[in-house]
Design a protein around this ligand. Structure first.
Ligand code: FES
Ligand SMILES: [Fe+2]
Length: 342
């Protein structure tokens, strides 16, 4: 079984570079708003450190194909991307359209002089991007659609919250904590009252895991579409974890996204995006979600502190209640094997 303490080593942090490059990452909502603006950003700072720019037409490297200057420093409105170094100009779709001094050069521009477009996929209010997709996005959708496809499409009406939380712990601890319900009665007393814990269930998927929270009496339930595998049941929430670092939580009032970004071996940022069906009725639900998040952060910090122990190692996992944790560790072990590229 993979020992998470190995991830505390800086070289293991660097080794996780490949697995994140191949994964699908949800883009921040403000990056994908409609509009004429160019929006530069860095994908996964501290790990991938990939400089990108979102234009109205494409997601592109924010780096000139000549000698590598960045193209845009801050959000701005321009009809093309002009490099500040030697004046090379790119269309907003990434084509090299002019390069002072190179006019007579034979064979210019060639394929490598244009900016390569990065694949972006839409799903309801969410936009996913991958630098080097290890899995087809359609395959992920095919697996998730029967469970949450229609719910994601209709949940994202209003973006209510976009918030970052820094946690001094390795990213894998946050993911592991998410993957089991055993901690619910101890860490989340309020959430535990809203769910019927004896009916809490897990499904292991190829792209991640699904946890099914049955609502306790008097709690609001998801309006499941016709033909849904759980049709007719009182479901309070569906919790999807997508390998390696994305969580999609579907509630009766909307959608809460958690993206766990590794910054260093013992540093992460969790980005929370909350989409609601309408502002007013979800106020109470949102304060419960924030409370649950704070409780999870607190316990993850304690586990990080426990990682220092030289006397206590990885414990026995419950094969059923912690099946998601087991699957995560197996997958990590495989992805981080020396020389392994998923
Ligand atoms: S680095 Fe961009 S034109 Fe030279
Ligand atoms: Fe939790």
């Amino acid at each position: 079984m993979f020992d998470l303490r190995r991830l505390q080593a800086p070289e293991m942090h660097s080794r996780s570079h490949a697995l994140f490059r191949q994964s699908w990452q949800i883009l921040d909502p403000h990056l994908v708003e409609e509009g004429p603006q160019l929006r530069p950003f860095v994908m996964l700072p501290g790990l991938l450190d990939e400089p990108l720019v979102r234009t109205p037409w494409a997601l592109l490297p924010n780096v000139c194909t000549h000698r590598g200057s960045t193209l845009v420093e801050a959000p701005c409105q321009q009809r093309s991307l002009r490099c500040p170094y030697h004046g090379r100009r790119f269309s907003l779709a990434g084509r090299c359209e002019g390069a002072p001094g190179f006019e007579q050069l034979e064979g210019f521009p060639s394929g490598r002089d244009h900016l390569p477009e990065i694949q972006v996929e839409e799903w309801g209010p969410l936009r996913f991007a991958s630098l080097d997709p290890g899995t087809l996005f359609q395959d992920i959708r095919a697996e998730l659609d029967p469970w949450i496809g229609a719910l994601v499409e209709r949940a994202g009406q209003v973006l209510l919250r976009e918030e970052d939380h820094h946690i001094s712990a390795n990213w894998s601890l946050y993911v592991e904590n998410y993957l089991e319900g055993l901690h619910l009665p101890f860490v989340h007393p309020e959430l535990s009252r809203a769910l019927s814990l004896s009916e809490y269930r897990y499904e292991t998927l190829k792209c991640g895991t699904l946890q099914i929270g049955t609502a306790s009496a008097k709690q609001a339930c998801l309006q499941l579409p016709k033909g849904h595998p759980l049709e007719g049941q009182r479901i309070g929430a569906l919790y999807v974890w997508l390998w390696p670092n994305t969580m999609i939580n579907v509630y009766p009032w909307g959608l809460s996204i958690n993206r766990v970004e590794p910054r260093a071996a013992d540093e992460m940022v969790v980005r929370y995006h909350t989409w609601v069906l309408d502002h007013i009725s979800s106020r109470q639900d949102l304060s419960s979600v924030s409370q649950t998040e704070a409780e999870d952060q607190q316990i993850v910090r304690r586990v990080q502190a426990g990682m220092r122990s030289s006397l206590v190692g990885p414990g026995t996992l419950h094969p059923e209640h912690e099946a998601g944790v087991v699957a995560f560790r197996r997958r990590l072990a495989e992805a981080l094997r020396p020389g392994s590229v998923e």
